[in-house]
Design a binder for this molecule. Sequence first.
Ligand code: BGC
Length: 383
Amino acid sequence: MGFPIRTAFTLLAAVAAVTITTPRLRADAGPKIKKLPFGKLADGTPIQLYVLTNKNGVQAAITNFGARLVSLKVPDKNGKLADVILGYSSVEGYEKDTAYFGAIAGRYANRIAKGRFTLDGVTYKLPINNGVNSLHGGTKGFDKLVWQARELTKSANPAVELTLTSPNGDQGYPGTLHVRVIYTLTDQNALRIQYWATTDKPTVINLTNHAYFNLDGQGNGDILDTVLMINADEYTPTDKTQIPTGEIVSVKGTPFDFLKPTPIGARINENNPQLKIAGGYDHNWVVNRDHKTGLVLAARAYSPKTGRVLTVYTTEPGIQFYSGNFLDGTLVGKGGKAYKYRYGFTLETQHYPDSPNHPNFPSTVLKPGQVYRQTTVFKFSAR
Ligand code: BGC
């Protein structure tokens, strides 16, 4: 009686062993990096695209123009890949871009009030490019610069390194800044972005990635049904020009409470003064931390339609959730898709906006001898 059962177990074990080892037997399996031409800037500079592929066939494409994430192809609940990043099919689109699609925003992501801050008694003036404020590093921020790119062939996972030297006085900011960013695509379908920077004079710094996501595929409708969780008990409300007032306010009882996963569209049109100012969500949440340093869970987005899940981990104290309120269909991207109202959302891990003018916010000052570091992970799954 026991014999057939044991045989069945042996068979099951054999099947399991085959299932486990099969992926290693595929001839073309394994991580890859491909470098492709990505068009030319108006001045003739050729730009490249680096396509990282992991063992699951997940692909991330990054260009050296603005160190931008151009596309990210991830599976849905049926294993079907779709590109979940808004963007353009060549660099010409990015050179004209006004939405910061996929860019590394710097030197200072988000706004600095009236384009001014004072450091060690000296007041610095920055370009005003957003109403009365300075946004995302100025008129020619890191999103519009050509970075040096290098494929990291010795890395266990496909990875590309981008570096930049921003000279003293660039866009009004003090100090020569050396910046390094590495994008790595892991076999767990996570895109890890690591940042480092050093300076030769005291300065301020706040770097982020400005990717717009649509978990149903870029250009495939709005993001209002996407269910969002933000791991934050508090957020930083703003004045009419979207500059933090300096207060750190509880999300409890407000449309800013995303502790319990909630569709983005559920409360977005409520008559809430903060939602009115921004025309929807465009705010900084204070990420809950159970440990002082290292990666923590910041947010999770889920599309009930395709089952794709994006989980965001970060070392940063804040996250800007922006619901694509300024998209209006005039920007036409990859595959001729028009990016209409709320067709994408961003989850920008960062220090709080306008920190240089708010001593009560975590400091964004970088001094000579210090190393600025930040890590953010965008992990994909499906259910
Ligand atoms: C800002 C938005 C802005 C968007 C694109 C976001 O980080 O908070 O107000 O419209 O970037 O520039």
